[in-house]
Structures are given as structure tokens and as C-alpha cells.
Design a protein around this ligand. Structure first.
Ligand code: DAH
Length: 377
């Protein structure tokens, strides 16, 4: 219908009313910006029907032009206005359609993307913090690069002490001394005891989980491993408090009430008296389980860590009066706690960085351990 108007300009008196109706109808039915633009070119383009009508004004007599001029110009601006209005309507429609179809739900994680997980060692450290926080312990930290005084001397391990040789220490070179002291990667978390006692006022109740280093590597040792240190300094603290604290801890950690501890006399320079702590185990479904009767068939004892009453030399080295302040300390390997609790049997796999291992043994970032919800998996 639209293109029937093409020949109209040949006529003497083009039917402007008809042309307007045809163009308006074409504008009306245009369903997209493309078709609308085709109508615009057809009407108002260089060779458009309305443009060509305007060109006829030049050949008219002044009287005729006076009449036809406003009519044709009126038609042109009416059509141009209608096209603009339709264009806005189509654009609004298109936008509404896109808004409806291109929804983006920010409350959902993207599908099929790797999510990452929490390493069992980190998980166990969180569990330790949760359990000991409930007993009133704060979490303390110290540097992994330590000096001789904090790592050894203040802990009652003087220079010639054989315990120094036992630690297989990673020393920094002669030219890396600080204040005349050799520097090293800390061989245990015990220096955090010193840093705690020298930087605040007693009483203290802290645990210090963290990385430790020794030049040792086989099936059960890695050069970097994790320990947790415990320290309580107050008045009238006894070995009884130590035993209760460790018993309460292992029962909460392994989520069993039938765990028995055994204290074996031992020696550590920084405690007096000193004890090694063993946990009773039994065998369930062919697997060693912490808890149950250690004297039953296949039962026995496995080591948890070292402990004792803080040596008065250590308390004095931290400028506290050992006659006023006493306490207990303990130190355990975290990696072994994780292995026992979550059934991993190769320590070296912990630090291989194998994605398949962490995907299998890792924990969800949303699985935050709490005492009420359980500190387990
Ligand atoms: N620092 C000791 C080690 O690495 C472990 C230890 C034993 C820590 C007895 C203590 C303790 O706090 O009282 O072998």
C-alpha cells in the first residue's frame, strides 16, 4: 500500500491526505527500528516521496506555492514527528524486553565454577581456636623468623644446650644477624610464650597455632609443619589444671567422651616438671580411633604432645616474679591431629598442592566450626 503512493508526484494534485494516511499506517505497523527506518527513507530520504513533493514547490506559481507550501511542509513535519514518536516507543519496548530477558541474580554463585576449599590444617586451627576460646583462651601469634633469644635462650635452652642440636634448625647466614643474634626459622611455637609474657600483664591464657620449621623430611616429617602452643600463667596454677584443660580439649576436638590421657614423665628445658601426653586409642572397624579402651584388644597409647609447668627460669627471663606467677604450657603437632581426626594417612600429601587431594579432603568455606553446631566435618 505504501509504495502505491510513489507515482503520486506525477499527478497534478497529489492526494496529501491519502499519502499521510498511508505513511502513518506504515509507521504504525513497523515492528522494529529497521522497518521504521525504511519508512523514514521512503518518506523523508533524499529521494523520499515527501522530499520529492517539497521539490515541486520550486516549479509552482507564487499563489499555488502559498497554498501548497504549508500543506506539504505540514505533512513533512507530521510524518517526521510520528517517526520520532514511534522510534521512542520501539526503543522503550526493546529495553523492557532486554530487562526482562537479561536478568542477573547476584544471590546465586555462578554455575560450574571452581569454589575453592579450606585446607584441613586451617580447618583444625579454626576448631582449636573455637574450643579454646570457649575455655577463655585468646589466640596469640609470633613471627616465623625468630631470633636466638626467643626461640632458645629465654626458653631455658642456653647456647651449649644439647636441645639446640636436637631441633635441626634452619639458620640464616652470618650476615643476617639481628642485634648480634643469629636468626632462624622458628623450630617450635614455644617462643610465642616468651612474646606473650614480655608484652603484657599476667594473667595469660593463650593458644598459639602456627607454622614451624625443622630440617627434617621423611614419611612422618616435613620441613614445615604446624604446632599449637598453649600457655596459662596465673596464681596457684597446678598440673591438675593442665590435665583438665587437655582432657576437655581432646574430648571436644574428637567429639567423644571416652578419651583417656596418660602423662609420662619427660624432660623439656622450658618446663619443670615435664610430661609427655598420650591419648588412649582403640580399634573400630579395623581403624585406630582416639578413644575407647586403650587396654582392650588392639588398644594402646599414641602421643599427643609435650607439656609441663612453666620453668621458673622462663618466667624470670620474661621479667615476671616466679614466686608470684606460675602456670602450665603444652605443645602439640596440628598436622597429626588433622590426620587422626579426618583419616588422612600421608603427611607429605598435606603440602604437595595436589588439587585432587584438597578437593577430596578440603572443607567448605561456609562450614565454620562452632561448638554448638559441632567442630567436626
Ligand atoms: N616445644 C616443644 C617441641 O617443639 C613442644 C612442647 C613441649 C611445648 C612441652 C611446650 C611444652 O609448651 O610445655 O618439641
Amino acid at each position: 500500500m505504501l509504495f502505491e503512493t510513489d507515482g503520486m508526484m506525477d499527478q497534478q494534485k497529489p492526494d496529501l491526505e491519502q499519502l499521510k494516511q498511508d505513511l502513518s499506517a506504515a509507521i504504525d505497523v513497523a515492528t522494529g527500528l529497521d522497518t521504521l527506518d525504511a519508512v523514514r527513507v521512503h518518506a523523508l530520504g533524499k529521494n523520499g516521496v515527501v522530499t520529492n513533493l517539497l521539490k515541486t514547490l520550486g516549479g509552482m506559481s507564487p499563489e499555488e506555492r502559498k497554498v501548497e507550501g504549508p500543506r506539504i511542509n505540514g505533512l513533512r513535519s507530521e510524518i517526521a514527528g510520528a517517526i520520532e514518536a514511534k522510534k521512542d516507543a520501539l526503543a522503550a519496548e526493546e529495553l523492557a524486553e532486554r530487562m526482562a530477558s537479561e536478568t542477573l541474580d547476584l544471590s546465586l554463585p555462578p554455575k560450574d565454577t571452581p569454589k575453592g576449599s579450606v585446607h584441613p590444617v586451617s580447618q583444625v586451627m579454626d576448631e582449636l581456636a573455637e574450643i579454646f576460646a570457649d575455655l577463655g583462651f585468646a589466640v596469640a601469634t609470633g613471627p616465623e623468623i625468630e631470633d636466638d633469644w626467643h626461640n632458645f635462650t629465654a626458653l631455658n635452652i642456653p647456647e651449649s644446650h644439647p636441645a639446640r642440636a636436637m631441633h635441626d634448625t634452619f639458620y640464616f647466614g652470618e650476615n643476617q644477624m639481628r642485634d648480634g643474634m643469629p636468626m632462624m626459622l622458628r623450630t617450635h611455637t614455644s617462643p610465642v610464650q616468651i612474646r606473650t609474657m614480655t608484652s603484657g600483664e599476667p594473667p595469660f591464657r593463650i593458644i598459639a597455632p602456627g607454622r614451624t620449621y625443622r630440617s627434617d623430611s621423611d614419611a612422618t616429617h616435613t620441613p614445615m609443619f604446624h604446632q599449637v602452643e598453649g600457655l596459662v600463667i596465673d596464681r596457684d596454677i597446678t598440673m591438675g589444671h593442665l590435665k583438665w584443660t587437655l582432657e576437655t580439649f581432646v574430648k571436644a576436638f574428637f567429639e567423644r567422651d571416652d578419651i583417656v590421657l596418660r602423662f609420662r614423665p619427660s624432660y623439656f628445658p622450658f618446663t619443670e616438671p615435664s610430661a609427655e601426653i598420650d591419648m588412649g586409642f582403640s580399634v573400630e572397624n579395623g581403624r585406630r580411633i582416639v578413644g575407647g579402651d586403650p587396654n582392650g584388644p588392639d588398644g594402646g597409647w599414641m602421643e599427643l604432645g609435650g607439656s609441663g609447668m612453666v620453668n621458673r627460669h622462663v618466667i624470670a627471663a620474661c621479667n615476671l616474679d616466679p614466686d608470684e606467677w606460675q602456670g602450665f604450657a603444652f605443645g602439640c603437632g596440628i598436622d597429626r591431629l588433622a590426620m587422626l581426626k579426618y583419616g588422612m594417612d600421608d603427611l607429605r600429601a598435606f603440602f604437595d598442592g595436589d588439587l585432587r587431594w584438597i578437593e577430596h579432603y578440603g572443607f567448605s568455606a561456609l562450614d565454620v566450626p562452632t561448638l554448638s553446631a559441632g567442630v567436626g566435618a
